[in-house]
Each structure stands twice: as structure tokens, then as C-alpha cells.
Write a protein that binds this ligand. Structure first.
Ligand code: ZN
Length: 375
């Protein structure tokens, strides 16, 4: 297997400020702290583990090039782009849009480089120069809507890559499978009325954004049925996520028949994440990856690109990422230092209330069919 890989030193320079989750605020007791929960060190540690493990030498390194304004404007409003550029020029930077997504001066350039990394990977995957690939980009993207950034996301990287695949590379149908633990609300927003991009979000129910990601959010107009939301109860682990794959995601992809699959790959559904309450292990992420590679081989000549989203455990994210990249390279899962602890906490058993939540989403599959797009 030839696996493409994107990392850029500047991804590790995305400045999330001195707050924790919210900006520091002396009037409410929010003390400044060295590591914001979305501090880029988590992603940098992931990259460094890939390097130290020796895998980096076997990956086909792809140089990130900044997305152009034209690339960004395929999915975002001119007002959003202009505001990010303007705030990025301020001495202390700005915020992506919700007041809790800070970036430093030059944050626009890093965000454009993040979106560009996703584009470059898709370019190489579709051209067949690599068999699959992982864009370890930062900042993340899936919360950014057409009109605003939010949830640490500035531009919607995976959507910018999907739009590029359609408009520039000429693909007809792109599927986005988002296993970040939070709802992929921005990706959903961007493609909500478009039947050529199927968005599937697997997330912890009502975790973030507030009041978002219900099963009833199914798309609108010609896009009705092409937004699939699979909310899971807190505590869902490997068994629940694999059941979601087998019972919902893979059948939906078979119906849709994409030309390219993009995985919005967050690692915040992991056992050790501070911003959610799920129980997926590195072994679970490896198995999810294998499922995605197999279905991509069946449906679209293996064309699949993974694009980094969230993940806030600086301890565990690197090992989850390592497990995914080993799988992309065709290597068997290797237990990591956390495996003896995380594998014994019950996440490998599908509980009745988790199965019920998955069953409840099954009717959503009915409306997905590639036939209706071309017909
Ligand atoms: Zn997330």
C-alpha cells in the first residue's frame, strides 16, 4: 500500500490562546493556563509518534500548499473569509466566530494551509498516486458552517476538499463519514441541500454543538435524505461504533455509491478524551479504519482520504492515530502502552440502549440512493 501523509510544522503553531475551553476571564474565575484543550501539541505529538515509530519513512509525504481564496469560497461566504483575513492581521489575532475559537496573528495562513493539506491529499488519492492517505491537518474543520467558524474550526477542510474533488477533479459523488465525537454540523450545513455529497455524522448525542445532530436533521430539497445523523449515548465504545459501521454506515455507502470517501477523523470519541464521554480504543479505531478501507475498495477503487478533526487527549490521540495509519499501510494492530487499561473497561460489549439508538437510525438509510442523483 502507498499511503499519503500530510503534516506541516505550522499546524503545530495554531495559537489557541491562554484559556482552557473558554478564553481566560479573571472576572469569572477562568484562569489562564498553558494548554488550551485544543492546544496544537496534541496533533504535534501524533506526528512525532508517527516519526519515531518509523512509519514516517514508509509514508508518501505530501507537501501542504495553502488553499486559495477560490478553494475556500467554494464552501464559505465571502464575508466569513474576509472577516478571518481581517482578524488574522490584528496584533493578537481573532476568533473563528463563536468567541471560543481563538487564533493568533497569521491564523488565516495556518487555516488556509490546513484546508490546503486536505485538498493536496485528495488530489493525490484521486490521481492514483497514493492508494489512500491521512492529512494530519490543524486547525480542524467540521464545525465551520458556510458563514462562520466555531468549535475551534476556522474553515471546513473536509468540505473544501470535497468541493475541490467535485468541481476541479470532476467527481460526481463524495461521501463524508465523520467519526469525530461531536456533530459535524458545519459539513452538514454546507451540503444540506446537495444530493451529491452524502454526510454521515456519528456523534455523542447532544455533546456539541448544543441542540444539534438529531436524527431528524435529514437534509432539505434535493438533498433530503443525504444528511445522516447517528447520535449515540454517552459511554458507547468499540462495539457500538463497529455496529454503527456494519448496520448503518456501510449500507448507506453501498446505496450512495460514492466516487470518493472522506473520513472526518477525530479521536475525541476515545476512552481518554476530556471533551466527550465515549469509550473507543486505539484497537477500535484500527477496526473502524479497516471497515472503511474495505468498503472503499468495494465501491470506489479504494479512493479514501482521512482528514484530521478533533481529539483532545495529548496522551492517547497519538496512539489512536498511529493505529489508524498502521491500518492504512496494511499493518496489523499492535497493542500500545494504554491497551491493557482501556481494553478492560467494557466498551467492547454492545449494550441494549446503544443497540436501540442504532436501530432507531436505520430508517434513515431508505432515502440514500445514487440512482436518484444521476436520474
Ligand atoms: Zn470533536
Amino acid at each position: 500500500m502507498t499511503t499519503g501523509y500530510v503534516w506541516n510544522t505550522r499546524y503545530g503553531w495554531a495559537d489557541t490562546g491562554s484559556g482552557s475551553l473558554f478564553p481566560s476571564d479573571a472576572t469569572t474565575g477562568l484562569q489562564p493556563i498553558g494548554h488550551h484543550l485544543a492546544h496544537p501539541d496534541t496533533k504535534r505529538r501524533f506526528h512525532e509518534l508517527i516519526a519515531v515509530s518509523g512509519l514516517l519513512d514508509r509514508l508518501h509525504t505530501i507537501r501542504a500548499v495553502a488553499a486559495t481564496e477560490e478553494d475556500i469560497l467554494r464552501v464559505h461566504t465571502p464575508q466569513h473569509l474576509a472577516r478571518i483575513m481581517e482578524e488574522s492581521r490584528q496584533p493578537k489575532g481573532g476568533d473563528a466566530g463563536d468567541g471560543t475559537s481563538p487564533f493568533g496573528r497569521g491564523g488565516y495562513e495556518i487555516a488556509a494551509l490546513s484546508a490546503g493539506g486536505a485538498i493536496q491529499l485528495v488530489d493525490q488519492v484521486v490521481a492514483g498516486r497514493v492508494d489512500n492517505g491521512y492529512a494530519l491537518v490543524n486547525p480542524p474543520g467540521h464545525h465551520a458552517t458556510r458563514a462562520t467558524g466555531m468549535g475551534f474550526c476556522v474553515f471546513n477542510n473536509v468540505s473544501i476538499a470535497a468541493a475541490y474533488a467535485k468541481d476541479v477533479l470532476g467527481l460526481e459523488r463524495v461521501a463524508v463519514v465523520d467519526w469525530d465525537v461531536h456533530h459535524g454540523n458545519g459539513t452538514q450545513d454546507i451540503w444540506y441541500s446537495d444530493p451529491t455529497v452524502l454526510t454521515i455524522s456519528i456523534h455523542q448525542h447532544l455533546c456539541f454543538p448544543p441542540g444539534s445532530g438529531y436524527r431528524e436533521e435529514r437534509g432539505t430539497g434535493a438533498g433530503e435524505g443525504y444528511s445522516i445523523n447517528i447520535p449515540l449515548p454517552p459511554g458507547s465504545g468499540d462495539a457500538a461504533y463497529l455496529q454503527v459501521m456494519d448496520q448503518l454506515v456501510i449500507p448507506a455507502l453501498r446505496e450512495f455509491r460514492p466516487d470518493l470517501i472522506l473520513v472526518a477523523s477525530g479521536f475525541d470519541a476515545s476512552m481518554m478524551d476530556p471533551l466527550a464521554r465515549q469509550m473507543v480504543t486505539s484497537a477500535g479505531f484500527a477496526r473502524l479504519t479497516r471497515r472503511m478501507l474495505d468498503i472503499a475498495a468495494d465501491l470506489c477503487d479504494g479512493r479514501i482520504a482521512f482528514v484530521q478533526e478533533g481529539g483532545y487527549s495529548p496522551h492517547y490521540v497519538p496512539f489512536c492515530g498511529l493505529a489508524v495509519i498502521r491500518e492504512l499501510l496494511g499493518e496489523p494492530f499492535e497493542p500500545d502502552p494504554y491497551t491493557p487499561i482501556v481494553s478492560t473497561q467494557g466498551g467492547d460489549v454492545l449494550l441494549d440502549h446503544e443497540a436501540a439508538a442504532i436501530d432507531a437510525a436505520e430508517p434513515l438509510l431508505g432515502a440514500v440512493s445514487g440512482e436518484s442523483v444521476s436520474g
